[in-house]
Structure formats: C-alpha cells, structure tokens
Design a protein around this ligand. Structure first.
Ligand SMILES: C[S@@+](CC[C@H](N)C(=O)[O-])C[C@H]1O[C@@H](n2cnc3c(N)ncnc32)[C@H](O)[C@@H]1O
Length: 209
C-alpha cells in the first residue's frame, strides 16, 4: 500500500531546505552528540535519513539503530545513504518487539504530524520500550506568532498532499510530562520556531496515567 509520504519523498528534503533554510539541517544534527558508542536507538519517522550515516557513526559497531519508517520511498532513500552499519529498517512500531529496550529515542518533525489520539498511542508504544534514564531527542515546530504564516501554510500544504490530520501544532510538552519525560536541554532556531530538546525518562509511566 502506498504511504502518503511516498508521493513527496523525492522532493521532501529540497522543499524543507527551500522553506526552512539551513536551520532545518542544523536542527536535525543538533544534540546528536547525546548518542554514545554502544547505544541502541529507536529512530521513528526518520524520512530520507539525512542524518542516518552520522547516527550510525555515533553508535559505532557495538550500538544499533531501529529505523521505523512507513514510507517505502523514504526508506529506499535512507538505505541509499549508508554503506554499512547496524540498522534494522521496519515500517511500524508493531515490528519492534516490546521486549527490546532502547537507550535513545529519536523523532524529528514527526510528532507535529500526529493527531492527539495518535500521539497518545505513540507515547504509550515508546514508553513500553524504554527504561528510566532513556533519552528522547526530539526536534519539532512550535507555534510561534512571528512564524504563524509559515506554519499555517505548511499545515495546509501537508493537509492537501499527505492528508495531514491536524490544523494546529500539538502541545508536545504536555504529552512528555504526562508520560514521565523531563526536559534536560534544548536548542532553538528562528526564535523558538524550530526547537530540539533532550528529554529523560524519569519513571515507569508508560500509559500516560
Ligand atoms: C514530516 S516527515 C519528517 C521526515 C524527517 N524526520 C525530517 O526531519 O525531515 C514525517 C515522516 O514520518 C513518517 N511517519 C508517518 N507516520 C509515522 C509513524 N506513525 N511512525 C513513524 N513514522 C511515521 C513519514 O513517512 C515521514 O517520512
């Protein structure tokens, strides 16, 4: 079955660069120094894998990456970027055994495309595969007034092209708080429009309760 992102996979990075400039690339590499040799990384919605070679370099030969990407075309682009490395490509979280525990979770510009119900489910699924101390490296857009025209236009564009389900940007931080993740560090671009954060899992709250 064709994934909505298959349709735009070949132009996605070009468009992101055109609209968001170099800050988009910078944001995707920021905080990757948090990934240590030997780490097991759960990377969800990595798209074309722009930073996958660097991530594999960071985890080294004793670490590994599980790359969860439902778009076949995005996955092909990501695979084309790497010559070797310890990475498993899967197309959904259902293929990641709940018995597998990760040191690092990564999402970049993924949470903004999930509606609140999907976010609840996603945080629950991630929560079952981590332990207290796991770090979650997230990069996403925040609804800053000075960029309202940009994010409103992007949402409209994605609603038309990939059936994007939202009309707004999620209240990410309330999800992190509810599921027991505490912010440790953050970096911003374009006055807080694009923000990279490191969260740390504080307890065993996996269901948001
Ligand atoms: C907006 S793109 C972001 C791509 C890339 N992370 C970036 O920063 O440029 C969202 C990506 O998430 C993927 N995706 C959509 N739903 C997903 C889900 N439930 N789990 C994992 N990935 C998902 C899409 O196929 C797409 O490649």
């Amino acid at each position: 079955m064709q994934n909505n992102y298959d349709r735009i996979a070949s132009v996605y990075d070009f468009l992101a660069r055109l609209v968001l400039g170099r800050d988009h690339t910078r944001s995707k590499f920021a905080l990757l120094d948090q990934v240590m040799p030997g780490d097991q990384v759960l990377y969800c919605g990595g798209g074309s894998g722009l930073n996958l070679p660097y991530l594999l370099h960071r985890v080294g030969r004793f670490g590994g990456v599980v790359y969860v990407e439902p778009s076949v075309r995005m996955t092909i682009l990501a695979k084309d970027r790497i010559a070797s490395g310890n990475v498993d490509f899967v197309d959904s979280m259902a293929q990641v055994p709940p018995t597998r525990v990760f040191d690092v979770v990564m999402t970049q510009y993924l949470l903004d495309i999930l509606d609140d119900r999907e976010l609840d489910r996603f945080f629950g699924e991630v929560g079952r595969r981590v332990l207290p101390g796991t770090r979650w490296l997230v990069v996403d857009f925040y609804p800053k007034a000075h960029k309202k025209a940009v994010w409103k236009t992007m949402i409209q564009f994605f609603r038309l092209l990939v059936n994007h389900p939202r009309r707004d940007l999620p209240a990410y931080d309330t999800f992190f708080e509810r599921f027991g993740w505490k912010v440790q560090q953050q970096v911003e671009w374009q006055r807080g429009f694009m923000v990279a954060k490191v969260f740390r899992k504080e307890d065993n709250l996996a269901d948001g309760g």
